[in-house]
Write a protein that binds this ligand. Structure first.
Ligand code: C5P
Length: 216
């Protein structure tokens, strides 16, 4: 159960489906704390690359995670993983990290580690949390569950516009077919296809749905 006092807006969806952009707008408008769980997996993938860990070796990634002293910190209105007094930011968005992150994310121990910390975020306040398993696995009990999607062409175009070279289809395939907590449309999640829609429009739709549900 989530903390009875905390409201959690959970948003899942494939890569470049608009989760981060919309979650940021919603958290700013509602004054909720923003949690980018993809950034947490990216930070571990970045650490693994720095340590020379073979990211396709599940036992090696588990061993690395077990010894990882990273901790969650709220800075301004979002949650970050602090690694050795440092908050990695640009480096976790590189193509190198993007290419390997879904290997790190399929390790069961890593998902358990992430789940414990992501659920503890309710201690920071009301949340907008986005990722791949927030509606299905991290906060399945929240009534505010959304699955964002957009056409494959539009998602690839968005990523290309970010200047990041990456084959999204390969990463999405790994995220949707892994054994532990794959990306799925969770029971009770509302699917929002935002192809051709601006983030202002999509986020306004989500806020209206959340406000209505809170009133009802
Ligand atoms: O959202 P973003 O593209 O930054 O996520 C990077 C990767 O982290 C995803 O492709 C996925 O492998 C992993 N991830 C996950 N579960 C989450 C969030 C991200 O497995 N809740």
């Amino acid at each position: 159960m989530s903390d009875a006092q905390s409201i959690v807006i959970a948003i899942d969806g494939p890569s470049a489906s608009g989760k981060s952009t919309n979650a940021r707008i919603i958290s700013a408008k509602l004054g909720y704390v923003y949690v980018d769980t993809g950034a947490m997996y990216r930070t571990l993938a970045w650490h693994a690359l720095n340590q020379g860990t073979n990211v396709t070796d599940m036992a090696a990634v588990e061993a690395l995670c077990r010894e990882w002293p990273a901790k969650l910190v709220k800075r301004e209105n979002s949650v970050w993983l602090e690694v050795d007094g440092y908050f990695p930011e640009q480096e976790i968005r590189s193509s190198e990290v993007s290419k390997v992150v879904s290997y790190v994310a399929q390790v069961p121990y890593v998902r358990k580690w992430m789940k414990e910390r992501q659920r503890s975020c309710v201690d920071f306040g009301d949340l907008v949390m986005e990722g791949r398993d927030i509606t299905s696995n991290i906060f399945p009990e929240t009534p505010h569950k959304f699955y964002l999607d957009a056409s494959a062409d539009e998602r690839q175009a968005r990523r290309d516009a970010d200047g990041i070279e990456e084959n999204l289809a390969a990463r999405d395939q790994r995220d949707s077919t892994r054994k532990t907590a794959p990306l799925v449309v969770a029971d009770g999640a509302l699917v929002i296809n935002n192809s051709g829609e601006s983030p202002q429009e999509t986020s306004a739709r989500i806020i209206a749905l959340v406000e209505n549900r809170k009133l009802g």
